[in-house]
Ligand binder design. Structure first.
Ligand SMILES: Nc1ncnc2c1ncn2[C@@H]1O[C@H](COP(=O)(O)OP(=O)(O)OP(=O)(O)O)[C@@H](O)[C@H]1O
Length: 372
């Protein structure tokens, strides 16, 4: 199905100009400039720094994922974008407008240009799918005839053309999120914020919702900023990623680059949790080796190294000691990407031979830890 912008009726090819131009072109859709957010600090309560000097941009047309563990500051970051929170210091700028400086009326206008989807969908149970999607338009004072003309195509767009009269209790989780997406698009936003939108869904439904968001981004040119604790979500959908840890962005860049060569421990830990390692292996990983332990290493194949028979050569180099534990080829940011998780003796002499081999061949690797 081709997507036609529901409200404007403008053909996607026209609206999609400027899609995914990346961080290199023009004004960003969102910029955080030295943003700090503190909570508390009054009435004798100690202040808590939730965000600590965030500098970060979201390019027009990009799908940017902010990933971090619980409590890292993701929700606070997103609430600064739609003006639900104000920074303690620094600036949040959305498409050229500083959010913190807006009066209440300006904030209302801004929020109309920002759609939002939530983990628990936030639908009104007393309203049908149609009426849930219509709600932001009613609030904006749009007349009933225009609402009718807009809501139908939006429900078609999310694949729920036949569910207009259904109540949330009659819909599955994935269908409820589709209603949430249609509602978020009702006011023709230029930015879509997604707050853990797939966290309550099973893996298959998650994939179908992510595919829908990807299609909306590609065909409507809508910028997407999503927060998640799942690397799988970032890998599947995002063009760019920022890793947040205790209020700091510790690493950011194109998803492919960050995934191929993570620089920060938090990124590595998040990546390791997305590898398809058996449970017994994942839970047994240690940070430092004891005598007799094995090193657990992820080999990464892309670009040049993807076409060379390096695994066989590694086995030849280290002898028959190499165990292959997990692996596969996937597509990240539109490029093929292979990962293989292997283990071999953590004896210094073996590690040295392996490292020499990696240096000679240019094979990218990441030590995930050590296992008994
Ligand atoms: N209104 C508030 N008052 C005091 N502390 C707050 C407030 N909002 C958030 N915090 C604290 O700021 C930190 C970051 O919270 P935030 O909700 O942004 O994290 P998160 O990464 O979204 O986590 P989660 O995924 O668990 O929602 C947490 O320690 C939280 O307790």
């Amino acid at each position: 199905m081709t997507i036609q912008h529901a409200a404007t009726g403008v053909a996607p090819s026209v609206r999609a100009e400027g899609i995914n131009q990346g961080a290199s072109s023009g004004t960003p859709m969102v910029s955080f400039e030295g943003v700090t957010k503190r909570f508390g600090g009054t009435g004798g309560q100690p202040a808590f720094t939730a965000l600590d000097g965030i500098d970060f941009t979201v390019a027009h047309g990009a799908i940017t994922g902010i990933i971090g563990r619980s409590g890292a500051g993701k929700s606070t970051l997103i609430r600064l974008v739609n003006g639900l929170e104000k920074p303690t210091s620094g600036k949040v700028i959305v498409d050229g407008t500083e959010v913190g400086g807006l009066p209440e009326s300006g904030l209302r206008d801004l929020r109309r240009q920002i759609g939002m989807i939530f983990q628990h969908f936030n639908l009104l149970s007393s309203r049908t799918a149609f009426d849930n999607v219509a709600l932001p338009l009613e609030i904006a004072g749009v007349d009933a005839k225009t609402i009718k003309a807009k809501v139908g195509p939006l429900l078609d767009l999310v694949g729920l053309g036949d569910k207009a009269g259904s109540y949330p209790s009659e819909l599955s989780g994935g269908q409820k999120q589709r209603v949430g997406i249609a509602r978020a698009l009702a006011t023709d936003p230029k930015l879509l914020l997604s707050d853990e939108a797939t966290s309550a869904l099973d893996p298959e439904t998650t994939q179908s919702i992510l595919e829908l968001l990807k299609r909306i981004n590609a065909e409507l040119g809508l910028t997407v900023l999503l927060i998640t604790h799942e690397m799988e979500v970032v890998k599947t959908i995002a063009t760019d990623v920022a890793v947040i840890d205790r209020g700091l962005i510790v690493e950011s860049g194109r998803v492919f680059d960050v995934y191929a060569s993570p620089k920060h421990d938090t990124t590595r830990t998040l990546l390791a949790s997305s590898l398809a390692l058996p449970e017994w292996l994942r839970t047994g990983i240690k940070h430092s080796p004891s005598a007799g332990d094995r090193a657990l290493v992820r080999l990464v194949f892309f670009g040049e190294t993807a076409f060379q028979p390096l695994t066989g050569r590694l086995v030849a180099e280290l002898g028959s000691d190499v165990n292959i534990l997990a692996g596969g080829i996937e597509e990240i940011g539109g490029k093929p990407f292979g990962s293989l998780v292997v283990s071999y003796s953590a004896e210094p002499a073996v590690i040295e031979r392996a490292n020499r081999f990696y240096a000679e061949t240019g094979l990218s690797t990441e030590v995930l830890g050590y296992v008994a």
